[in-house]
Design a protein around this ligand. Structure first.
Ligand code: HEM
Length: 339
């Protein structure tokens, strides 16, 4: 059997022969263009790895029955945590980009037009796989306006498939052991509602109505004319997980939900750091991709939180010591031992 060599295994011939600065082609020296190319290539490689992880997580979550005590849920959480770690690195990579000064950038900036990170189809496809739908995009059609048709197709395909957000919604809806809603006095959710209501300040009284709409209203339907993805059933399960996360059976589900919030936070940190870098680099000039530059990026950053419906649930927590007590039977079932 022939031995594989490091250089061939990593296809370094291709990767190391893929940097062709425009400034070299035009015989105009622009030292930092090499950094500019390599940093974008490094991002695209990490985007590829993120797709690899998110696809595998989606494949597991798409199975008809995912046991919350199974190694598969462990795998989901492990891989989502890896995504979070990669996103942290992507945020920090901006430090390297910022060693380039605006004057260094001007040496080659005009040669790039109209190329822009705005044309990163991997970034947009990733947003779609996670759960950013067309209707929720800033500027709607604009986000695909500068992509090649084959890349638009990929993104549209990703939008048609079940996103991670939708898969998590379905998984939460199937979640066993979450107390059902019932009209009976002393039912779990009625007790919870009363305790929650009494914890609200006068200025927060509207939250009580929101509580009803988010958690107690019709089972699997979503409110707000379908703009929400997380149904009332799934919202109750998510809240229950957050509240009782100390029980063994709920620990992995809690970590899963926490990963989603962390992914949003890291993506948002990237967007803000990228936006500030852009402001510092080109001021208020338009981007090479033709957008309003910083203003466009700010609007997209404000609007493109993917898992914000989960973050919103934190408005409905109550203090641990006021949590409704669970029955012995419930406590036993949420423990490690099932009988
Ligand atoms: C000197 C450095 C950079 C500048 C001045 C810059 C500038 C911009 C601008 C102005 C936009 C808005 C679209 C446009 O009109 O072009 C944009 C979008 C974007 N850039 Fe950069 N960028 C830089 C570095 C990077 C890097 C290193 C990446 C890594 C992949 C990147 C990825 C993106 C992405 C993904 C978008 C789309 C964001 C969205 O639609 O929300 N950019 N960039």
């Amino acid at each position: 059997m022939s031995q594989i060599h490091y250089h061939d295994y990593l296809q370094l011939d291709k990767i190391l022969d893929a940097q062709f600065p425009e400034s070299d082609k035009q015989n105009l020296s622009a030292h930092d263009e090499m950094l500019f190319i390599i940093i974008h290539q490094a991002y695209e490689l990490w985007f590829k790895q993120l797709h690899h992880e998110v696809d595998s997580v989606a494949a597991i979550m798409n199975k008809p029955a995912l046991n919350d005590n199974s190694p598969e849920l462990q795998t989901v959480v492990h891989r989502l945590n890896r995504c979070v770690t990669m996103l942290r690195v992507l945020v920090h990579q901006i430090d390297i980009m910022e060693t380039m000064t605006p004057m260094d950038f001007l040496d080659f900036r005009d040669m790039l037009r109209p190329a822009s990170g705005f044309q990163s189809w991997q970034f947009k496809e990733l947003e779609a796989k996670l759960g950013l739908k067309f209707d929720k995009r800033h500027g709607k059609e604009y986000y695909t306006s500068q992509l090649k048709s084959e890349h638009v197709k990929l993104i549209k395909e990703a939008e048609k498939n079940k996103s991670l957000l939708e898969l998590v919604n379905t998984w939460l809806e199937r979640m066993p052991l979450v107390p059902p809603v019932s009209d009976e006095k002393n039912s779990f959710w009625e007790n919870y509602r009363i305790t929650y209501q009494s914890s609200l300040a006068d200025a927060e009284k509207e939250n009580s109505k929101a509580f009803y709409e988010l958690f107690l209203h019709n089972g699997h339907q979503t409110i707000d004319n379908g703009t929400r993805t997380i149904s009332a059933t799934a919202s109750r399960a998510a809240l229950f997980i957050m509240l009782y996360r100390g029980y063994p059976l709920l620990q992995l589900p809690f970590q899963l939900l926490n990963c989603l919030l962390e992914i949003d936070e890291q993506l948002s940190s990237w967007r803000y750091r990228h936006m500030n870098m852009v402001h510092r680099m080109i001021g208020t000039r338009i981007g090479t991709g033709g957008s309003t530059g910083k203003d466009y990026l700010k609007a997209a950053a404000d609007k493109h939180y993917i898992f914000k419906e989960f973050a919103q649930l934190n408005s409905f927590l109550i203090e641990r010591r006021k949590l409704p007590a669970l029955s012995n039977e419930m406590e036993r079932r949420l423990g490690f031992v099932h009988q």
